[in-house]
Design a protein around this ligand. Structure first.
Ligand SMILES: Nc1ncnc2c1ncn2[C@@H]1O[C@H](COP(=O)(O)OP(=O)(O)OP(=O)(O)O)[C@@H](O)[C@H]1O
Ligand SMILES: [Mg+2]
Length: 314
């Protein structure tokens, strides 16, 4: 792992310490490995020797080239998949199944085709509560009214219009479906939010709006977020910590996928102006360089790929 001993600009060094994060460890991966059987070819090791502790309230942005195991890592935390070695804990307990502690926006989201936008978003909490309250009781009607208002608020924060709420998934663009999937996860108010390339299908201006909204939601309620993206700028803008994964290679001396694990210094600038600061661009270049040096394209001595500020790792 490369240690992130960045020299910060005086302005950043002078910043007051960020709001203290709770020390409690929310997510822990302890010596985790994942290897898939490949028939006669033996096994394919995807993750190896991963040791990570994520404190409650951190916003961890995960970057890494395609196929390095980002989605696999999220599925381990979610409990959709289990490690071949080591263990994964959420809130101090080993992860044994998918449960309400983790909200998840998958890379390939799917909505219920026969439910409206609002119906899709309300489905989870409605189902949890309906057993407890009984659909005919007055308290259930109140709960439903409040839930509808909250679902509408999250959908609006995700940029959907009132007239979109009664539409069915087939009437929505891919980007709109993606935003419904995000609202769905947020409405459950999970202590842990796992997001896998959640903004990938969005045009740049919608993406910028959603980045700001999600960041605001994180600051308001401080869930622990693990946010996978291919976009270095987005990772540095959103995260309080950045983890760069690399593809596992047998010949690696350290045998670990974590190439970089660093805190992201907080910024005083308004959210929309942060990417323009010199400090931000320095950090961006630094991360891009490490990502580029370690990428398999580079290992294969592929043609030099220009590093641009807007560029993605993919
Ligand atoms: N069930 C499986 N069986 C065999 N190989 C698998 C399985 N699931 C994932 N893999 C392999 O594990 C590697 C990591 O997959 P993963 O989806 O975690 O990558 P990723 O970093 O999320 O990539 P991307 O950026 O393209 O989404 C890939 O090479 C993939 O083919
Ligand atoms: Mg993936």
């Amino acid at each position: 792992m490369v240690s992130a001993a960045l020299k910060l600009e005086p302005e950043l060094e002078a910043l007051p310490a960020a709001e203290p994060l709770a020390r409690r460890t929310e997510i822990a991966l302890r010596n985790v490995s994942v290897a898939y059987p490949m028939g006669r070819e033996g096994v394919k090791t995807v993750l190896s020797g991963i040791d990570l502790e994520i404190a409650a309230g951190e916003f961890v942005a995960v970057l890494g080239e395609t196929g390095c195991g980002k989605s696999t890592m999220l599925r381990l935390i979610l409990g959709q998949e289990f490690p071949s070695g080591g263990c994964v804990e959420v809130d101090g307990k080993p992860v044994k199944r998918i449960d309400a502690r983790c909200g998840y926006v998958p890379q390939k989201y799917s909505l219920f085709p026969d439910r409206t936008v609002l119906g899709n978003v309300m489905y989870g909490p409605e189902n949890v509560k309906s057993g407890m309250l009984g659909r005919l009781r007055p308290s259930y009607r109140k709960f439903k009214r409040e839930l509808r208002a909250e679902a509408t608020m999250y959908l609006q924060r995700m940029g959907l219009q009132t007239q979109d709420l009664s539409k069915y998934p087939h009437q929505l663009s891919g980007g709109m479906q993606q935003r419904v999937a995000i609202a769905q996860a947020l409405l459950m108010r999970p202590p842990v939010l796992l997001m896998d390339e959640a903004f990938s299908a969005l045009d740049p201006s919608t993406r910028a709006n959603l980045q700001e909204q999600l960041h605001a939601i994180w600051q308001e309620s401080r869930p622990t977020v693990v946010f996978v993206t291919h976009n270095t700028q987005e990772a540095l803008l959103m995260g309080s910590r950045l983890i760069l994964l690399g593809r596992y290679q047998e010949e690696q001396s350290h045998r670990n996928n974590v190439l970089l694990d660093m805190k992201i210094p907080p910024s005083r600038l308004p959210f929309s102006r942060r990417t323009y600061s010199n400090e931000f661009q320095e950090l961006h270049d630094y991360v891009k360089q490490i990502a580029y040096k370690s990428s398999s394209m580079n290992r294969e001595e592929d043609a030099a790929q220009p590093l641009t500020l807007e560029g993605n790792l993919r």
